[in-house]
Ligand binder design. Structure first.
Ligand code: SF4
Length: 228
């Protein structure tokens, strides 16, 4: 791994100046961030928005409201997010966990490593979901690693691409320092860049990172739309 703080910050500034502030996480409450972090697993965000709007319309977007729902009703409400039966069970697990930990305030009282460990103990919460929650619900200075990150960082020559999740997260955090606002925007910008520019078939022409990217032009159809 060759992850330098200066290179990461420069890429961050280049993307921010090209794409503008991303203002994540799009949610009205902290509970919505928690729910959205589960619902977004393996699906597009617009499907999550649909599911969340159905939960709001049913007036169950609260811990009590979600816990009072029979599992099949919860699954039906979140159907647009895909894998709805699995996600309903995961949401139920998460709600029970929050209640057992004395609510959001109880979780807020934990330090970051303890909160990560606690979140990872919930069935259905993996490292990426836990870090989404840590960063966007509890404003902790953690770097979220996803497939967009691995693809971009590999093309930039910073990583091989198959590094263990925590090694990669830890290396970025060490390189950049504990900067919650930067991690918030950086992850959002990496996702935007990965969806629209550094796609499986990258659109290198005009890419704001191209001048320092050894991977530019990989995928010979650099102007093709490719798939996300
Ligand atoms: S130059 Fe191409 S490969 Fe490099 S970051 Fe930009 S789109 Fe990705």
């Amino acid at each position: 791994m060759r992850l330098g703080g200066e290179a990461i910050r420069r890429a961050f500034l280049d993307m921010r100046s090209r794409y503008g502030p991303q203002s994540w996480w799009p949610a009205e409450t902290r509970l919505e961030v928690l729910v959205g972090a589960v619902l977004t697993q393996g699906t597009r965000w617009r499907n999550v928005e649909l599911a969340i709007s159905r939960l709001r319309a049913a007036d169950v977007m609260s811990l009590d409201g979600l816990m009072a729902l029979p599992l099949d009703c919860l699954a039906e409400l979140i159907r647009p997010s895909g894998y709805f039966n699995v996600k309903a069970r995961r949401l139920a697990n998460l709600c029970k966990f929050i209640q057992q930990r004395n609510g959001e305030a109880g979780l807020e009282a934990l330090d970051t490593p303890a909160l990560r460990r606690a979140l990872l103990s919930v069935n259905g919460i993996g490292p990426e979901t836990a870090d989404d929650i840590l960063l966007y619900a509890f404003e902790r200075p953690v770097f979220v690693v996803d497939n967009y990150t691995r693809r971009l960082f590999r093309r930039l020559g910073w990583i091989v691409g198959d590094e263990p999740y925590d090694d990669l997260r830890g290396a970025v955090e060490l390189a950049v320092g504990g900067d919650t606002a930067l991690f918030n925007e950086l992850h959002a910008l990496v996702v935007f860049h990965g969806k629209h520019v550094c796609r499986p078939n990258p659109r290198c022409q005009g890419c704001c990172l191209a001048s320092r990217c050894p991977g530019r032009g990989d995928g010979r159809n650099s102007l093709s739309s490719g798939r996300t």
